[in-house]
Design a protein around this ligand. Sequence first.
Ligand code: ADP
Length: 402
Amino acid sequence: MTGAILVLNAGSSSLKFAVYPVADDKKPPLVRGKIAGIGSAPVFSAHDRTGQALRWDKGPPLCPDTDHDALIPPLLDWLKIQIGDLTIIAAGHRVVHGGRDFDGPARVNDALMAKLDRLVPLAPLHQPHNLAAIRCVSRAVPDLPQVACFDTSFHRTQSPLAQMFALPRELTDEGILRYGFHGLSYDYIARTLPSHLGDRANGRVIVAHLGNGASMCAMKGRRSVATSMGFTALDGLMMGQRCGALDPGVVLYLMQQKGMSAAEISQLLYERSGLLGVSGISNDMAALQSSAAPRAKEAIALFCYRAAGELAQLAASIDGLDAIVFTAGIGENSALVRARICDHLLWMGVRLDTAANVRNAPRINAVWSEIDVLVIPTDEEAVIAQATRMIKSGVSGRPSPG
Ligand code: ADP
């Protein structure tokens, strides 16, 4: 098969894209980029395989009111120019929610879209944008095969117990379950683990995906056993703007005593909490690290304290721990956060090599550490590209790890 695979990851205010030649989709993409600030102040950034910056000079002006729908057709035209002789033969999309039905990527058709539409209430902030991008590509290139790759699929290997809330049975049956997210990132890490850990890759591993959104996944045999995010991407770790796990009594108090509406509470928990809420300064870890304000320091301390606690809880689900993997923006780049989290885990036998940690080296544990500690850059787009190529060529299901 020749041609190229387009990967799109449409968020509420951003559109990430990448194009992989079908012939070598395990290598970096030909083009990778992002349009951020959609709906307010759009900023385009992209680079080619060598890391050279590419400009949006052929496209229409990016105005504050340009939405995803208006952006996708010119983006497709721009990409065609960048990839020269290659033709885009399929598009793969990140879709946040696949519900209980999908344990792997699926080819887009009307029946699939109807199922995914029904999942919008489970992920109202993300799913509509993901589905809108699929529909927009369908309108622009009606015959192009498209594939949906779900953030929830990787966690479908979990036991019923790990997915259940302690709620009345009928709510569980209705689908109020712990679905988990960031599955494409965990899938990528699971596939690359053997090259870092050899046989230990199939042992007890916890992956900490620490970005603006943050979660952890406990794996055994490179399959998800438990994860910190639950029914929504609000649960678990403290995040950039999201609160993470919270006593549900706080929500009742906000409603009953403070008279807040569901919309106000949603905005509070998704957009005004986490690092931003605690520091009062920023949701951005790098910005907080360079601030001398006591509340910035307290926000970082709480982030690390909560992360270590979650990690210890997840270790119980896999009967102990052989390795920790840090990934995503904070996990890959913040030596301070990694060191602080690991300081809380000294009792588990975690020992860091300080110099390796400061260099963001692939392996950062001291030689006498009982637990391996790795830093592995994640690549969700690569997972989507491989899945799209497989589905396009008629192979169903998730590519096997490794
Ligand atoms: P998203 O969830 O939006 O994909 P990313 O994975 O890009 O997020 O992570 C963004 C986070 O990574 C931000 O909080 C940012 O400050 C943090 N980050 C990136 N580089 C560094 C760095 N060198 N030191 C500390 N934090 C960093």
